[in-house]
Design a protein around this ligand. Structure first.
Ligand code: G16
Length: 543
């Protein structure tokens, strides 16, 4: 077959380094950019097969998100804008690791297993972040698509959620929106303006937000979007990529893990600030008070604010829809307690990775899902959307129900339901604060976080750690969970777990307790247990 000859020819220009084995992780492949050229070419091939199989457009995003500048990675996007399914993640790993001479066999194996009609047309959308390696790596993806005769559209520099949005728009024939960057700005900014239009007595101070763009793609895109916001949101942009390094001492991951403001930002006490990560699919909020103390409002705080707002609107609208919040093991214990006991909403816990949260959220009429690191969104079932739409158009309802139904309708439109999206989440949070007339300080006091600490431990092979119960318990190596249980018992209101990262070559350690000193001590002691029982490398973790 001519296609296979072309694959053979092209793949020799994107050779696999001998012996290199990579795994499709939490959000695709991710490692040092120098090791990724063959992976990108092969993911171009795989996306083409996936497109032929689904008879729909597939997305390939070249990014390593929160990782350092020298890394890169790739995320595959399925037809409705969601993450690719687990069986295709498996194919991705097989294809990525096939030796150069076995590539065609691996490819044919997938074609056969999935009964793919190779004469079917294929369409692949490609996007990339601002890393210096992204240009040549996205070219490798395009080469893979063309080797199998697929059509590609190169969106160039876009945020990850923008590419998810494009794929969904394309496959819904424009029902979700127009598959252009301008279409994206129009859809989300118009909804934001509609949502905030009756809050016109807001002062410029209330409309003002400081944004740390992590020196990445989010900063560029917010600049492009600004005019669509018609000054209803006034953004002071820092870490816009003009001088600083991507994700270096800045960005959502840095702020969340270090629990301190990013460098490169000038903020006054009390000012509302937020940070995006490197591909703008996560956002966290924060401020410093007059004493200089840092206050973080992470994904859990966002999930709480959003679900409270939605629950109130559903009640006012008289709509009986089932709402749930989906979290991971990293969710602060106080947030889960508040959601379950005060707000009385259903709370579910899944493994890390938005792909897991997304699927559980789909089980409800309204599924709010957020990882504590700021990655999340809200999903509305088709039936819920229809009920809200009908109510908003019903001429026979009272003003309170009408107002609530219209707010719900515009809330749906400001949310990027395909995936967590820093830009869309920021607009949603800003709109909710404006509508509720709430300050960031009032938002923070909804509940108090338990002090917590996250650490990383280097081990020789992080796969020795296996977990269960949505990653809350370690089943291997032997003795590790017992050690954690004994350490946790020493502290009050304490909890701790460990898991291998799916985006970095580290084991992550999380601990929370009644005081910061206890959380820090527990995290350190658990790190030592990991170091000793799971093959730690380098120096022992220090307090
Ligand atoms: C990705 C995933 C997130 C996950 C994060 C960290 O985020 O999309 O769901 O929380 O990695 O994962 P891990 O702890 O396995 O390294 P991003 O923003 O880096 O793409």
């Amino acid at each position: 077959m001519a296609q296979f000859q072309e694959v053979s020819k092209q793949s020799s220009l994107h050779p696999k380094p001998a012996g290199l084995v990579l795994q499709y992780g939490t959000a695709g492949f991710r490692t040092n950019a120098k090791q990724l050229d063959h992976i990108m070419f092969r993911m171009g091939l795989l996306a083409t097969l996936r497109s032929k199989k689904t008879k729909a457009t597939i997305g390939v995003m070249v990014t390593a998100s929160h990782n350092p500048e020298e890394d890169n990675g790739v995320k595959l996007i399925d037809p409705m804008g969601e993450m690719v399914t687990p069986d295709w993640e498996g194919y991705a790993t097989q294809l990525a690791n096939a030796d150069q001479e076995d590539l065609l066999t691996a490819l044919k194996d997938i074609i056969e297993k999935e009964a793919i009609n190779m004469s079917q047309e294929a369409d692949v959308f490609v996007g990339k972040d601002t890393r210096s390696s992204s240009a040549s790596l996205s070219q490798a993806v395009l080469d893979g698509v063309s080797a199998l005769d697929g059509h590609s559209k190169d969106y160039g520099l876009v945020t990850t959620p923008q590419l998810h949005y494009m794929v969904c728009c394309q496959n819904t024939q424009g029902k979700y929106g127009e598959a252009t960057v301008e279409g994206y700005y129009r859809k989300f900014c118009q909804a934001f303006i509609q949502l905030t239009k009756n809050t016109s007595n807001r002062t410029d101070d209330q409309k003002h937000l400081c944004l740390d763009g992590a020196n990445g793609i989010g900063a560029l895109k917010v600049r492009e979007m600004e005019s669509h916001l018609k000054k209803e949101l006034q953004i002071s942009l820092f870490n816009d990529g003009s001088k600083g390094k991507l994700n270096h001492q800045c960005g959502a991951d840095f702020v969340k893990v270090q629990q301190k403001p990013p460098t490169g930002i000038e903020i006054n006490p009390g000012e509302r600030c937020c940070s995006f990560d490197g591909d703008a699919d996560r956002v966290v909020y924060y401020y410093t008070d007059s004493e200089g103390t840092f206050h973080l409002l992470d994904g859990d705080k966002m999930a709480t604010l959003i679900s409270t707002f939605l629950k109130e609107l559903l009640t006012q609208a008289g709509l009986d829809l089932k709402i749930a919040v989906v979290q991971t093991a990293y969710a602060n214990g106080s947030s889960t307690h508040y959601l379950e006991n005060t707000m009385k909403v259903i709370v579910r816990c899944t493994k890390t990775g938005v792909k897991h949260l997304h699927h559980v959220a789909q089980e409800f009429d309204v599924g709010v899902y957020f990882e504590a690191n700021g990655h999340g969104t809200v999903l509305f079932s088709k039936a819920a959307e229809e009920k809200i739409q009908q109510l908003a158009e019903d001429p026979n309802i009272n003003d309170e129900r009408k107002r609530a139904a219209l707010l719900l309708k515009n809330t749906i439109n400001v949310i990027n339901q395909t995936v967590g999206d820093a830009i869309s989440d920021m607009l949603l949070i800003e709109a909710i604060l404006a509508i509720k007339g709430m300050t960031v300080q009032q938002w923070e006091t909804i509940y108090s976080d338990l002090p917590n600490r996250q650490l990383k431990v280097k081990v020789s092979d992080r796969r020795v750690i296996d977990t269960t119960d949505a990653e809350r318990r370690a089943v291997s190596p032997a003795g590790l969970q017992e050690a954690i249980d004994n350490l946790v018992k020493k502290y009050r209101q304490a909890r701790s777990f460990v898991r291998p990262s799916g985006t970095e070559d580290v084991v992550r350690v999380y601990a929370e307790a009644d005081t910061q000193e206890s959380a820090d001590a527990l995290a350190h002691e658990v790190s030592l247990a990991v170091y000793h029982l799971a093959g730690g490398v380098g120096d022992e973790p220090k307090l």
